[in-house]
Design a protein around this ligand. Structure first.
Ligand code: GDP
Length: 335
């Protein structure tokens, strides 16, 4: 926090609920803080706001650098705010931990949207593990919902594990691809394609139109070979030009069609409930791991056991049980 003073979670929650942007920004800074008292205040604030969350369309967007993500978000975001929506853009970029930068840190990206009073853009939190970055982004998403944003877009770079983290917190996952076709498909991990509910072939303009159409056909057949994530929705492939503002309305129509298909059978509510439960287990795992690291006896024992496992004189299972017995007492490390 800018000031190091005491945070009043109830007052901050009330201001966020009233849609105050500065309060929202402050609330996100609070969830991003690693200070123990800030974390406590952040959780108190989130608990108060929980009844006001969950009302947004939660979208994930991924694509390799240069495919046109920021151009697309700008076009899509402006399309939505022009229709009365309030759009929040968040990002997950664990690489910012290494580079110190952020995919949304660059001020020249999304210039128009950044100035739009009905849009809110927040760069990826930097520092920490993917799990930590993902938690803070998820909590930031809840805060933007409580502040009245009805479309939340979470951006990530299409190169690694962060896609799964994003897919685990959104209702629908959009994958942006270029007219490169098959070549690009090889570069993109198959697993990322499997996460997609909607594939958008961007840059379908000018000389690139024939290539974009060919690429769309290829992606369609690739998707056909994959097992769908749900029986209620078959992933679609659409063409767009973020630069020329073309195909944007069709993409929004597909998002609405997906919601309808998933909401009817209660699938969307079930997916969100599953995501929340999975999130709890991630927190438990990370909490256990953190307390294990802080346990002094374990810190002494683990390298000794690890050396024995490494040398082949102890099985990994026995070594793991010794550590668990030390931390939780006897018996607890067993099945
Ligand atoms: P990002 O790295 O994925 O965020 O990609 P950018 O949005 O920064 O775009 C990378 C480049 O592709 C820029 O030069 C854009 O002008 C260009 N670009 C983005 N969308 C389109 C499009 O629909 N058509 C064409 N022809 N170029 C585009």
């Amino acid at each position: 926090m800018a000031d190091r003073g005491i945070v009043d979670p109830a007052a901050l929650a009330a201001r966020i609920r009233a849609g105050e942007r500065t309060a929202l920004a402050r609330g996100i800074t609070l969830v991003e803080s690693s200070r123990a008292d800030h974390q406590e205040a952040a959780q108190a604030m989130l608990t108060l706001l929980l009844p006001d969350t969950g009302k947004a369309v939660r979208l994930g967007l991924s694509g390799t650098p240069g495919v046109g993500k920021s151009t697309f978000i700008e076009a899509f975001g402006m399309f939505l705010t022009a229709r009365g929506h309030k759009v929040a853009v968040l990002a997950i970029d664990p690489s910012s931990t290494r580079t110190g930068g952020s995919i949304l840190g660059d001020k020249t990206r999304m210039e128009l949207l950044a100035r739009d009073p009905n849009a809110f853009i927040r760069p990826s939190p930097s520092g920490g593990t993917l799990g930590g970055v993902a938690r803070r982004t998820r909590e930031a998403m809840l805060l933007t919902e409580a502040a009245g944003f009805d479309v939340v877009l979470i951006e990530t770079v299409g190169v690694g594990q962060s896609e799964t983290a994003v897919a685990d917190m959104v209702d629908m996952f959009l994958l942006l691809l270029s007219p490169g076709g098959g070549d690009e498909l090889q570069g993109i991990k198959r697993g990322i394609m499997e996460l997609a509910d909607l594939v958008i072939v961007n840059k379908a303009d000018g000389d690139l139109i024939p290539a974009a159409k060919r690429a769309a056909m290829e992606y369609k057949s690739a998707l056909h070979l994959m097992r769908p994530k749900t029986s209620h929705w078959r992933p679609e492939v659409l063409l767009a030009s973020a630069l020329k503002n073309e195909g944007i309305a069709e993409i929004w129509a597909a998002v609405k069609a997906h919601r309808e298909a998933m909401s009817g059978p209660g699938e969307l509510a079930r997916q969100r409930a599953d995501q929340a439960a999975a999130w709890m287990w991630t927190e438990i795992r990370e909490g256990l791991f953190a307390s294990l690291k802080q346990n002094k006896d374990a810190a002494h024992l683990i390298p000794v056991l690890e050396a024995q496992v490494h040398a082949g004189t102890m099985t990994p299972t026995v070594a793991a049980r010794r550590v668990l017995e030390l931390v939780f007492g006897t018996d607890k490390g067993k099945d």
